[in-house]
Design a binder for this molecule. Structure first.
Ligand code: PLP
Length: 405
C-alpha cells in the first residue's frame, strides 16, 4: 500500500486496502467506467469516413441495428441519438399522452423521469426491492390495488384522476427486475411495460434477454455504458408496427420518396449518425469479452470484500444473470452516515467511486409528483457506492473466475 494513503478512522472499514488488492495495477485516477477500444473501432470509423456517409444514413446504422436486435433477442431495433431519446419515443409508442402518469422507480438515473416529462406526462414514483435494486413487484401490487380505479375500463389513479399509462422497470446497474410478477400486474391493470434497459445490454432474466421483456424497450450506448457509440440509443420491440413507427418518428416523420419532402406529423431528428454506429459495430463484436471480464471483476470484488462485516457486495439474484455494468457495495446502516467520508477517501486514493443517484422524488422538478412509500429506495440510495467497473479491470480475473457460472 502506498504511504500516502489517507488514514482510516477506526469505525470505518479499510475499503481502500481492498480496492488496492483488487486493482493492484490500476493507474490513478481509476475511472468509474472507462470504455475499452480494443477491436475494429478505428478501422470501421475510418472506413465510414472514407465512404462519405457519416451522418443520418449508411450501412453501419443498419448493421448496428441488426446486431443489437439479435443480441437482445428481439425482432426489431431502431437506433437513436441517445438512450433518453430512445426511451422518450418508446413511451410515445406505448401510448403515453399528455396528462398521463407513468410508474417509474425513484431509484434511477434522471433520464427515466425526464423521458416521461418530455411526453408532458407525470412520473409516479415506486419503491425498490432489496434483492434487485429495481421495482418491487410485491409492494407495487399492494399499492396498485389501493390506488387504481378500473371502473371506466381504463386504469385511473383514484387520487389524481389521471390515467396510469405505462410502467417502466429499470434494470439498475445491469441487475434484472423480477419481471414475471411485474408483467402479471401489467396484464391485470392493462398498463404496458416499457423497459428502461439502458444499463443492461447482455443481462438475462430467466433465460430471456433484458430489452426483450416489455412491449418496447430502450437501450443506451453512452460513453459510460457497457458498449458505447460515443452517444447513442436503441428502441427495441417485437412488434413490427411499433418498429415502423419508431423509425418514422425518429427520422422527422418523412414519408419515403425519392426527392419530395413530405412529413405527416411532428417528428424528431433522433437518428443515430452512421459514424457513431461504426464505432458501435466494433464495440458489439467485443460484448462477450466485456461480459466475461465484468463477471470476473464482480467475483473478485465479492471475494475481496468477503468477511468485511459492514459492507456487502451487491450480487445478482438466482433468477438473473447480470451484465455487472456497475459494481456496487452496500454499506451497513451503522456506517451509512460515513458514506461521504468514505467516498472522499476513495477519491483521495485515486478511485473514482461514486454514490448512486439522488432519488427522483428528491429532485426539485419532481418533488411534487405522486409516489408510494419509497422508504426502501431512499435507504438504498444512502448506502450504495459504485466501484470502478470498466471491462479492462476484470481482464486479469478471467483466468480465475472466467468459467464461474
Ligand atoms: C444511461 C441511462 C439512460 C439514458 O441514456 P443516455 O444515452 O445517456 O441518454 C436512461 N436510463 C438509465 C437508467 C440510464 O442509466
Amino acid at each position: 500500500m502506498p504511504l500516502s494513503m489517507p488514514s482510516v478512522s477506526s469505525d470505518i472499514p479499510d475499503l481502500i486496502a481492498v480496492l488496492h488488492d483488487v486493482l493492484p495495477d490500476a493507474k490513478a485516477p481509476v475511472p468509474l467506467h472507462e470504455p475499452v477500444f480494443a477491436g475494429n473501432e478505428k478501422e470501421y470509423t475510418v472506413d465510414c469516413i472514407d465512404t462519405g456517409w457519416v451522418s443520418s444514413v449508411g450501412s453501419y446504422v443498419n448493421a448496428f441495428e441488426e446486431k443489437v436486435a439479435e443480441l437482445s433477442g428481439v425482432n426489431y431495433a431502431v437506433a437513436a441519438v441517445n438512450g433518453t431519446a430512445a426511451l422518450f419515443i418508446a413511451l410515445k409508442l406505448a401510448g403515453v399522452e399528455p396528462g398521463d402518469e407513468v410508474l417509474i422507480p425513484t431509484l434511477t438515473f434522471v433520464a427515466t423521469a425526464n423521458a416521461v416529462a418530455y411526453c408532458d406526462a407525470t412520473p409516479h414514483f415506486i419503491d425498490s426491492a432489496v434483492n434487485t435494486l429495481g421495482v418491487d413487484p410485491i409492494k407495487l401490487a399492494a399499492y396498485l390495488a389501493d390506488i387504481c380505479d378500473r371502473s371506466s375500463g381504463r386504469t385511473l389513479n383514484k387520487r389524481t384522476g389521471k390515467r396510469i399509462a405505462a410502467i417502466v422497470p429499470v434494470h439498475i446497474f445491469g441487475h434484472p427486475v423480477d419481471m414475471d410478477p411485474l408483467c402479471a400486474l401489467s396484464a391485470q391493470y392493462d398498463i404496458p411495460v416499457v423497459e428502461d434497459a439502458a444499463e443492461s445490454l447482455g443481462s438475462i432474466y430467466k433465460g430471456r434477454k433484458a430489452g426483450s421483456l416489455g412491449l418496447v424497450s430502450a437501450l443506451s450506448f453512452n460513453g459510460n455504458k457497457i458498449v458505447t457509440t460515443g452517444g447513442g440509443g436503441v428502441i427495441l420491440t417485437n412488434d413490427k408496427n411499433l418498429a415502423v413507427r419508431a423509425k418514422h418518428l425518429t427520422t422527422t416523420a418523412k414519408q419515403p420518396h425519392a426527392w419530395a419532402f413530405n412529413h405527416d406529423q411532428v417528428g424528431y431528428n433522433f437518428r443515430l449518425p452512421n459514424i457513431n454506429a461504426a464505432l458501435g459495430c466494433a464495440q458489439l463484436e467485443q460484448l462477450d469479452g466485456f461480459l466475461k471480464s465484468k463477471r470476473a471483476l464482480a467475483r473478485a470484488y465479492e471475494e475481496a470484500f468477503r468477511g468485511m462485516n459492514s459492507v456487502t457486495v451487491f450480487k445478482e439474484t438466482d433468477f438473473a444473470r447480470s451484465n455487472y455494468w456497475l459494481n456496487a457495495i452496500l454499506l451497513d446502516s451503522a456506517i451509512a452516515g460515513q458514506r461521504d467520508v468514505i467516498l472522499a477517501q476513495m477519491h483521495e486514493a485515486g478511485f473514482m467511486c461514486r454514490p448512486t443517484w439522488t432519488p427522483m422524488h428528491d429532485l426539485p422538478m419532481y418533488k411534487d409528483c405522486p409516489r408510494m412509500d419509497v422508504s426502501v429506495a431512499t435507504d438504498l440510495c444512502c448506502r450504495i457506492i459504485n466501484l470502478p467497473s470498466g471491462a479492462a479491470l476484470g481482464a486479469r480475473y478471467i483466468s480465475t473466475y472466467g468459467d464461474a457460472s
